[in-house]
Design a protein around this ligand. Sequence first.
Ligand code: ZN
Length: 70
Amino acid sequence: MKRQVCIICRKPLNSGIIISGKRICKCCEEKIINTQMNTDFYEYYKNCIKKNIVQNALKGEEINCQNYHL
Ligand SMILES: [Zn+2]
């Protein structure tokens, strides 16, 4: 079985939330929560999560969203 990693930062997960079967670490979860809506960053994270979920449903692959640095 594959080790679980955060779909956003790709770090191994110890704890976090699960959205549609995808894992998001505490750190990224807090970033999302603390990010104001309607910002580029918020949109990016939303798209990243959405793409990961859709992509996984279609192909069973994960997208690397690591190229967005804070
Ligand atoms: Zn993360």
